[in-house]
Design a protein around this ligand. Structure first.
Ligand code: SAM
Length: 261
């Protein structure tokens, strides 16, 4: 594996390119990811391979890279050779849960502009993954792990925590990247819950999105097109509560009621 780095490649803002160059942070991400020798490891946006070469050193059963920027494809081939399978595509179009064999692990310093959308694509299929170790902008990571009755708690928190144990791994300062972003980043890890919910993801998604459609309004108002006051009460929930006061379990009860009605 060559260590050659293409200093001539300019970062593209449109592709959320902030390249990690802090070896200590890279080491901690790899450690947190807990790469298994029997796993298919999927990395979205390998870029110039800062994380990739360290993942490869752990010799997972398979390493699959999804990169949109044409400029990095040949470079990654040179650096990794047979150690990785490279998919040159937009990760939003790739069904990551169908790649390789289980157990599957995703490890990625996600491009900021599509990070949340990618996570929403993966959540309905999360049982096909063993773990997702992902770097987001700090504000997004805070929403993923947020608890009820906080300003960060919302649709992203509920949908993630409904299907996965979500933990913050560490905050990462702008100085860890080139070029330096203006904001801090945070690594989070999602591990699918053993018991995956019976209610379809789209139903839960619809109820949660509608409940949070106006944060200041009572849920009976926001949810009036989906659930009656009686249905909300039948779930043991006060219709005058606000969405941010409801636990993930309470949202699941509302979604069950809506699905069964
Ligand atoms: N992993 C590298 C690192 O940590 O230094 C680069 C991370 S950089 C934040 C995001 C990477 O995702 C870039 O390489 C960028 O080209 C790639 N990327 C951006 N949008 C993408 C998309 N929709 N699908 C696949 N890769 C994408």
């Amino acid at each position: 594996m060559s260590e050659q780095t293409p200093s001539f490649l300019k970062a593209k803002k449109s592709l959320g390119q902030n390249f990690l160059h802090d070896n200590n942070i890279i080491h901690k991400i790899i450690l947190a990811a807990g790469i298994r020798p029997d796993a298919t490891v999927i990395e979205v946006g390998p870029g110039q391979g800062a994380l990739t070469t360290k993942i490869a050193e752990k010799h997972p059963a398979q390493l699959i890279l999804i990169e949109k920027d044409t400029r990095f494809i040949e470079l990654l081939r040179q650096k990794l050779g047979e150690a990785a399978h490279i998919i040159h595509d937009d990760a939003l179009r790739v069904e990551a849960h169908k790649l390789g064999q289980a157990p599957r692990q995703i490890v990625s310093n996600l491009p900021y502009n599509v990070g949340t959308q990618l996570l929403f694509n993966w959540l309905p299929h999360i049982k096909h993954f063993t773990s997702l170790t992902l770097m987001f902008q700090k504000e997004v990571a805070e929403r993923i792990v947020a608890k009820p009755r906080t300003s960060a708690y919302g649709r992203l928190s509920v949908m993630c925590q409904w299907v996965a144990k979500c933990r913050k791994v560490m905050d990462v300062p702008p100085t860890a990247f080139k070029p330096q972003p203006k904001i801090w980043s945070t690594v989070v890890q999602l591990t699918p819950l053993d018991m995956q919910p019976a209610v379809p993801f789209e139903i839960m998604g619809k109820v949660v999105k509608t409940a949070f459609s106006s944060r200041r309004k009572m849920i009976k108002k926001n949810l009036q097109s989906l659930l009656s006051v009686e249905q909300i009460e039948a779930c043991g929930i006060s219709p005058t509560a606000r969405a941010e006061e409801l636990s993930v379990e309470e949202f699941a009860a509302l979604a069950r009621n809506y699905a069964e009605a």
